[in-house]
Design a protein around this ligand. Structure first.
Ligand code: LLP
Length: 425
């Protein structure tokens, strides 16, 4: 996090709180979230796109406190399950500022979205249209968008590319599926089509795909006006904005993404003589990833061939990203200063598989030993939200820090928690 400063004896302070102190108090593995950084980044997005709606993608990480922070800062929320929606509603999140996503929304998801009256439901398949229309409760139609597959390649890894043809999300622009869906939604009086949505992928480190998407989507809006006589007032270009994981990783600031998108939107609207739609963006990772730090305790140090393996007390159950997406991380020792020379090591987890690697080619002091602490930055997004029960190690706790104060947001998952769902035979 931006607030990280060196403390005495190799310690690191985040939000004015000692990481070594937190590890001592709460144990490890431990996740630390800098509240100020989340709020600052949320505000940066609002400033980047004045007049637009910014909805935080809850899938990156959601807890009650995070829902409160983004609501207080004026963001909306992108949810993709009844669970995420219910958590938000339990904190009094205004339903009008919630967008519901999902390529295969369950009956529970749809029921919850309709019952709470979320601001937008994003339609992702033909099957959904009639199902949704049949269940709209009140006298007012439900506001919906159609998710378009714009045919644009972007994103860090094939598993997180969602703008290209031939995958499960969205309705294809080139095949005509998107236009068919638009026509069908327009024919449903219980649904009010307010606009179009697309989402290109995740960890996108260039502004260009967004410019291309803006242009293509405005072109489609103009075609809808021509063929169906309706001027849709909204355009949601999704999330996917990259953050740096390693020093020097390219990652444009929110302001740069915002500027490029606004410029291209204005240009495309002039070209197609189309009134500028209300813009929505859905950053998840970009709001929260840099605010998180994962803390681990070293359990063993082993030389194997030419490799040095530093094994810690967490791993792929709290951070599945390296094994799922080949994601790269760095790590540094905290809580002890060492004058030893640095050497290259691989930081691995404690799980029973060889792919359980947290960070490769990390420079760590030669004298690193069991009991030392390692901090992994940029751990705020898609770690705890994707944490699993693998090997029954229990999911780590989460502590929020701000202004020199800490607050426990999630306690550690205990063995009893893990056993709670077991039905005694
Ligand atoms: N909007 C929609 C419709 C999405 O599907 C997503 C992410 C977002 C917004 C937010 O994307 P972000 O700004 O966070 O990149 N688990 C993967 C990332 C999966 C992203 C899924 N959808 C990872 O750890 O890299």
């Amino acid at each position: 996090p931006a607030s990280a400063v060196s403390g005495p004896a190799g310690d690191l302070l985040v939000g004015g709180v000692s990481l070594a102190g937190l590890a001592g108090q709460y144990g490890t593995p431990l996740y630390v979230l800098d509240e100020t950084e989340v709020r600052t980044r949320a505000r940066a997005w609002l400033r980047a796109v004045p007049g637009a709606e910014v909805v935080y993608a809850a899938k990156a990480f959601l807890s009650r406190a995070v829902a409160d922070w983004v609501r207080e800062e004026g963001l909306g929320l992108d949810v993709c399950s009844a669970g995420e929606l219910e958590l938000a509603m339990s904190r009094g999140f205004p339903a009008a500022r919630i967008v519901m996503h999902g390529n295969a929304k369950s009956p529970e998801d749809l029921r919850a979205a309709l019952r709470h009256g979320v601001g937008r439901i994003v339609i992702d398949s033909d099957c959904e249209i009639a199902r949704l229309a049949a269940h709209v409760p009140g006298p007012d139609p439900q506001r919906v968008m159609v998710r378009v597959l714009p045919g644009i390649e972007a994103g860090a890894h094939h598993k997180i590319r969602t703008g290209t043809e031939g995958q499960k999300f969205g309705l294809s622009l080139t095949s005509g599926d998107a236009e068919d869906a638009v026509a069908r939604v327009l024919g449903q009086p219980r649904l009010e089509l307010v606009g179009l949505h697309c989402h290109l992928g995740s960890q996108i480190a260039s502004t260009e795909p967004y410019a291309r998407a803006a242009h293509r989507m405005v072109g489609f809006l103009a075609r809808i006006r021509e063929r169906h006589g309706v001027t849709l007032p909204e355009l949601d270009l999704g999330g996917g904005f990259a953050v740096p994981y390693l020093p020097g990783d390219p990652a444009p600031a929110p302001a740069a993404f915002g500027r490029r998108i606004r410029d291209e939107l204005a240009r495309a609207c002039a070209e197609f003589d189309f009134p500028e739609p209300r813009l929505t963006l859905e950053p998840g990772r970009s709001v929260i990833a840099p605010a998180g730090v994962a803390l681990y305790r070293v359990l063993s140090v082993k030389r194997s061939g030419r490799e040095v393996f530093v094994a810690v007390d967490g791993g792929m159950s709290d951070n599945p990203r390296p094994s799922l997406y080949g994601a790269r991380y760095t790590a540094r020792m905290v809580g002890r200063s060492s004058a030893a020379p640095m050497r290259t090591a691989t930081v691995v987890g404690r799980h029973c598989e060889a792919g359980d690697v947290l960070a490769e080619s990390v420079e760590l002091p030669e004298d690193i030993r069991p009991g030392d602490l390692l901090a992994v930055p940029a751990s705020g997004a898609y770690h705890l939200s994707m944490a699993s029960g693998y090997n029954l190690v229990g999911r780590p706790p989460l502590v929020a820090v701000a202004g020199g104060q800490e607050r426990l947001l999630l306690r550690r998952e205990t063995f009893e928690d893990c056993m709670r769902r077991e039905v005694t035979p």
